[in-house]
Ligand binder design. Structure first.
Ligand code: CA
Ligand code: CA
Length: 421
């Protein structure tokens, strides 16, 4: 036999079309590679006692063998489909090989290629990730776990979860599975204008108050069936809690997929489209790691995906944000100065639960005001002033015990400090 047969069967798909929830029929596809190399291989022709003809002929038939039994002769070329293979048992593996038949005009004869290699496939329904023969919410849960990296798909699971066959598992596939389950019919969705983009935007400008939150808006002028995005942030500075949706109906799933990376999925199991309020779409409670944190932190989108009706991939952009850290204490406080005793300067920290007018002043033991350190309206938050041991005229005062006080509408406190020679 021909030793140099390079004709190769590269794929035999027996994935069923998800038209119905049950695998009713399967459509294997056969893809042959290296046809020309095979055709011009002199050894192949020598087996027929012929010289290598010109490549002026096409495949006249593709004979399909399943588990060594001839099952069909297909017309066509290097890619052929078997429309229906009704004998297939769901979830069982079948191995196919093909044999090509050629008509060679130069010799007015039919010749056969030798058998291709075997390619095996399992009839499965796209979307039926757990392989039980039905597409149900169980399959959605598995796909969500893949997206949130709670579980890793094997090759077959990946193939079944990637319902739109784009090489990635994401919200687009989830929406398509939901559509299969609910049997959505086309034609009742609000399609956006051509070129319309979805936009993810961080609305929060500062983490302030006793219960700071991170609010994300999603804007789109049309129907969206699902949303998926991944945020990156400095996990040493904030902890994001469980997100909540501004509107009822849809469900939100979230997971810290890596340190400082939060992946969020939103869709509606009933298949209803998402409610997209002008303001917050998804809101995370935020916990500051350092409750005296100040400065700014960056929050970026690593990815942003928007799923239109039927899992259509809607172009999505995103807007990152630089957020002010401005922690606010739960209670008022005037802290002990440091260093203490001191010379020549000392620091005085105080906490304001609310914004308001505040006086911080230094008195001597006779009760005479020596220096006003701060007076006027201050923001809620953690504050600090420095006393350099001088009075209101800029003259250094004598060593000894001094009293400092915080006076405000809701809180007053005094403490002692010692200025050394
Ligand atoms: Ca299933
Ligand atoms: Ca996909």
């Amino acid at each position: 036999m021909a030793a140099a047969n390079t004709q190769r069967l590269v794929a035999t798909h027996s994935i069923c079309s998800p038209i119905s929830q049950r695998a009713a029929c399967c459509t294997p596809a056969f893809v042959l590679e290296n046809i020309d190399e095979y055709f011009t291989d002199p050894e192949t022709w020598a087996n027929y006692g012929l010289d290598t003809p010109n490549r002026d002929s096409t495949i006249t038939a593709l004979e399909v063998y399943r588990d060594d039994a001839f099952i069909a002769s297909l017309s066509g070329d290097a890619l052929s489909y078997l429309d229906d293979d009704p004998d297939l048992v769901y979830d069982q593996e079948y191995c196919y090989y093909v044999r090509t038949q050629w008509y060679i005009s130069e010799y007015d004869a039919y010749v056969y290629g030798s058998n291709s290699n075997e390619a095996c496939a399992i009839p499965r329904l796209l979307g039926d990730v757990d392989g039980d023969g039905y597409i149900t919410v169980d399959d959605i849960v598995i796909v969500i776990n893949f997206i949130l990296e709670l579980d890793t798909p094997d090759e077959l699971e990946f193939m079944m979860a990637d319902v739109n066959v784009d090489g990635a598992i994401n919200i687009l596939d989830v929406v398509q599975i939901v559509d299969i389950i609910i049997g959505r019919a086309a034609g009742n969705s609000r399609i956006a204008a051509p070129g319309a983009e979805a936009l993810y935007e961080i609305l929060t400008t500062s983490f302030t108050g006793s219960n700071p939150s991170l609010d994300v808006a999603l804007r789109y002028d049309g129907d969206l069936a699902g949303a998926q995005f991944t945020l990156s942030y400095d996990e040493s500075r904030i902890v994001l809690g469980t997100p909540v949706l501004a509107s009822d109906g849809a469900t939100v799933f979230a997971k810290e997929t890596a340190p400082g990376e939060m992946t969020v999925l939103v869709f509606n199991l009933s298949g209803d489209y998402l409610d997209l309020p002008d303001e917050s779409f998804v809101s995370f409670p935020v916990e500051l790691s350092d409750d005296r944190a100040t400065g700014q932190m960056q929050i970026d989108f690593i990815s942003a995906i928007a799923a239109g009706p039927f899992g259509q991939d809607i172009s999505a952009s995103s807007r990152s944000a630089s957020i002010d850290l401005n922690a606010v204490p739960d209670a008022y406080a005037l802290h002990q100065n440091f260093p203490n005793p001191f010379n020549p300067t000392t620091n005085i920290r105080f906490d304001l639960k609310d914004a308001g007018e505040v006086d911080i002043a230094v008195y001597n033991l006779l009760g005479q005001k020596v220096k006003t350190l701060t007076t006027g309206d201050l923001t809620a938050g953690y504050h600090e002033v420095v006393w350099d041991g001088t009075d209101n005229h800029g003259v250094t005062v004598s060593a000894g015990v001094y009293i400092y006080s915080l006076s405000s509408e809701y809180f007053n406190q005094t403490r002692k400090m010692i200025l050394l020679k």
